[in-house]
Design a binder for this molecule. Structure first.
Ligand code: EPU
Length: 320
């Protein structure tokens, strides 16, 4: 395990916000997880967080190590491994099921904390079990998908911050490739092999997001809001150009990107935080922005969308 004092987090949050942590612990495979006194933040690759201040406590991370074990079609990956490295690793070895999650930033551990999802697949669809360290009880726990309480961009790990360190995720994959084309736009893309589909998804994804080496962002900043069917139908009557909602168990899932776009926010900049010109769901660092500037922009968007459409947006990103 490595310990750092007074360390910059600029490269450890994808917004690229300049903040520091009082202490950082980096846990490697095989290390005993240490007991931490005082405030503790478990951080993955920092791809869904906005820091508004220095962190006056301990940041705990897992080392970025490619450590994967295979048992039949079950793949057990170290939580600190980059998720996209795992996606490529599995495809290279003829194990399928993760290809639609190509190019999602963040770690394997974060994939279950956030229940990441894209192009018709969510992490929960392929998770067999999660091996996590319970920092409160000081013991290892093996959790079934039901015990992980997965929801749309959420899980038990996100609901109980500071309690869990996800050490390994076991995914159940397939030896036979069958393209998952449930996200309509994929039908028109090359998908004869998992590798072809992966490459097409990477291109599609990056066409909608800022290039990380040019502008920091956290992907979708807001979740797509879920509203009652009657509210959706009345909005559709008022705005016939609104995209069709996705039906879910909780109600109709609307496109936050469309609402923000329709409210005129695409391409706007407030302070040094902006709304990405190609995708209104993405807030970005327009050059040396602070976390407070991102939060101020998000608040202005949320208030405006609520005033216009009566729909409350919720952040996907975590504000610290
Ligand atoms: N739209 C607009 N204007 C915009 C952006 C979107 O009109 O500026 C419209 C699109 O035309 C489309 C609809 O909104 O009709 C939905 O857009 P899209 O299919 O691109 O997906 P999304 O709802 O914006 C979600 C996820 C993404 C994921 C994509 C693809 C959330 C919050 N976001 O985005 O996840 O990659 O679907 O599956 O659920 C992430 O969570 O960080 C993320 C990137």
């Amino acid at each position: 395990m490595k310990t750092f004092e007074n360390v910059s987090l600029k490269k450890l949050n994808t917004f690229g916000i300049e903040v520091k942590a009082r202490r950082m612990l980096v846990v490697e495979p095989g290390d005993a997880v240490p007991k931490v006194d005082g405030p503790l933040l478990v951080l993955g690759a920092g791809s869904d967080v906005v820091f508004t201040r220095d962190y006056d406590g301990t940041v705990m991370r897992l080392a970025d190590v490619a450590d994967v074990l295979v048992d039949g079609t079950c793949v057990s990956a170290w939580g600190g491994m980059a998720m996209d490295d795992l996606v490529r690793w599995t495809i290279d070895r003829g194990l399928y099921g993760l290809e639609n999650l190509s190019a999602i930033p963040g770690t394997v551990g974060a994939s279950v904390v956030q229940n990441v999802g894209a192009y018709g697949v969510e992490a929960k669809d392929v998770v067999e079990r999660v091996e996590a360290y319970d920092l409160q009880q000081g013991c290892m726990v093996c959790l079934s998908p039901a015990e992980c309480a997965f929801g749309y961009r959420t899980s038990r790990f996100k609901q109980e911050p500071g309690r869990w360190l996800v050490l390994r995720v076991v995914y159940r994959l397939d030896r036979i490739f069958e393209a998952n084309l449930s996200y309509k736009a994929l039908e028109r893309l090359p998908h004869a092999s998992a590798d072809e589909l992966r490459r097409a998804i990477i291109d599609l994804r990056w066409s909608k997001l800022p290039k990380p080496d040019e502008h920091g962002s956290a992907g979708s900043f807001f979740k797509n809001p879920v509203v009652a069917e009657k509210d959706y139908l009345s909005l559709r009557e008022q705005y016939p150009d609104m995209p069709e909602a996705h039906p879910t168990e909780e109600g109709c899932k609307l496109s936050a990107g469309w609402l923000i776009d329709r409210a005129g926010w695409k391409g706007r900049i407030m302070g040094k935080a902006g709304v990405w010109p190609n995708n209104a769901l993405v807030l970005y660092n327009a050059g040396g922005c602070t976390g407070d500037e991102v939060v101020a922009l998000a608040r202005a968007i949320r208030d405006d969308v609520f005033d216009r459409f009566g729909v409350a947006l919720e952040c996907e990103a975590i504000i610290i």
